[in-house]
Design a protein around this ligand. Structure first.
Ligand SMILES: [Zn+2]
Length: 123
């Protein structure tokens, strides 16, 4: 059982690395599109530049595609779960989620069984 626990921890560590890398990529993407937007705004908006800089956070969120925003949110949440030791544990039955499943669906909160139960009950 000890061995199993070790490999699960290693797996989570490698997922964590991947998530951090992906988060960096997303943040790069956001900051580069922010840069682009700023150049556009200098030309097009003129007097509105002040307003644009004060609402920088809102602007950043606005510029990001909703898909990226969602992914970043999921990554942040998964990283929090990793740090608090609840990552890879099913929210429903509190059993470990299989490594294979986590590789495919790193943000899942449920094991396969619970997920299919949830999906079939929501249909
Ligand atoms: Zn479960």
């Amino acid at each position: 059982m000890c061995e199993e626990k070790d490999s699960q921890e290693k797996e989570i560590l490698s997922i964590k690395k991947k998530l951090i890398k992906r988060r960096g990529e997303l943040l790069d993407k956001i900051s580069s599109s922010k840069e682009k937007e700023r150049n556009i705004s200098e030309v097009d908006r003129g007097d509105d530049i002040d307003r644009a800089t004060t609402s920088e956070n809102r602007e950043m969120v606005f510029i990001m595609g909703s898909r990226e925003r969602e992914e970043l949110k999921n990554i942040e949440e998964a990283l929090r779960r990793i740090d608090s030791g609840t990552y890879g544990i099913c929210n429903e039955c509190e059993k470990k989620i299989s490594k294979k499943r986590l590789e495919i669906l790193p943000f899942t909160h449920y094991c396969r069984d619970c997920q299919s139960k949830i999906e079939s009950s929501s249909k």
